[in-house]
Design a protein around this ligand. Structure first.
Ligand code: ADP
Ligand code: MG
Length: 233
């Protein structure tokens, strides 16, 4: 599903250059649940942004579902993003003046789907995350965990091939974090390929494979033998 080879990325800061990704190689097969773990500043978000076509590497190659991702203009990148990827963020990134169902249905608008079908599909995914009864509520009427569930339903609505989550539990308390991870595990059980960036080992332990990033290189890539279930934590 994802294949990257010798990826490098530097940021230019005036006359200085910060080399953030220093030759990343890895691939993700369909149906995997992978965490990219590392301390703050190790380059996790930079890598995820490149995978999400929100940013581009300086050198190296990236194939998504067999498609080379290189020199895409913004219009094509936006189309691919909407078609192939779902995003989940630490800060939820919901639209504050739209209620839960309209937030979830929004990606479908960009796919040209008619309103009736958008709402039907949106309700399907809102039910899936356990929030059917909250459809008409605004984000500020929801708890942090509920907001993240809405964001997950939104990410699922466009039926992406891959879900990319950057610190999805970063703004949540421990119990709610585990509940959100349990939901993510369930979505993966149904076959969705999911990549999670986290700096929390407890969260990484709830995925099936941990890729450890340090100072811009992968220092470890391990299959988790016993995936932690929320019920036991
Ligand atoms: P992480 O997500 O692991 O905390 P990031 O990928 O966000 O790490 O950042 C890696 C390094 O790159 C940090 O030192 C950060 O300050 C720097 N960085 C990130 N984004 C930019 C940017 N747009 N311009 C300059 N430096 C950046
Ligand atoms: Mg980050």
């Amino acid at each position: 599903m994802i294949e990257i080879k010798d990826l490098h990325k530097s940021y230019q800061m005036g006359s200085n250059s910060l080399h953030v990704l220093k030759g990343i190689n890895f691939s993700v097969k369909e149906g995997e649940l992978v965490s990219i773990m590392g301390s703050s500043g190790s380059g996790k978000s930079t890598l995820l942004n490149i995978l999400g076509m929100l940013d581009e590497a300086d050198t190296g190659s990236y194939f998504l579902d067999g498609m080379p991702i290189k020199n895409l203009n913004e219009k094509i990148a936006a189309k691919y993003r909407n078609q192939f990827l779902g995003f989940i963020f630490q800060s939820f990134n919901l639209i504050t003046y739209k209620n839960a169902i309209d937030n979830v249905a929004l990606p479908l608008y960009y796919q040209g789907i008619k309103r009736k079908e958008r709402i039907e599909k949106g309700m399907h995914y809102l039910s899936k995350v356990g929030l059917a009864d909250w459809a008409t509520h605004l984000p500020n009427e929801l708890s942090g965990g509920q907001k993240q569930r809405v964001a997950i339903a939104r990410a699922l609505a466009s039926e992406p091939k891959v879900l990319l989550a950057d610190e999805p539990t970063g703004a949540l308390d421990t119990k709610t974090s585990y509940e959100v991870m349990e939901l993510i595990q369930g979505i993966n059980d149904e076959g969705k390929t999911i990549l999670i960036v986290t700096h929390e080992p407890d969260i990484a332990d709830m995925t099936k494979r941990i890729v450890n990033l340090k100072d811009g290189v992968i220092i470890d890539d391990t299959i988790v033998k016993q995936v932690k279930a929320a019920a036991y934590v």
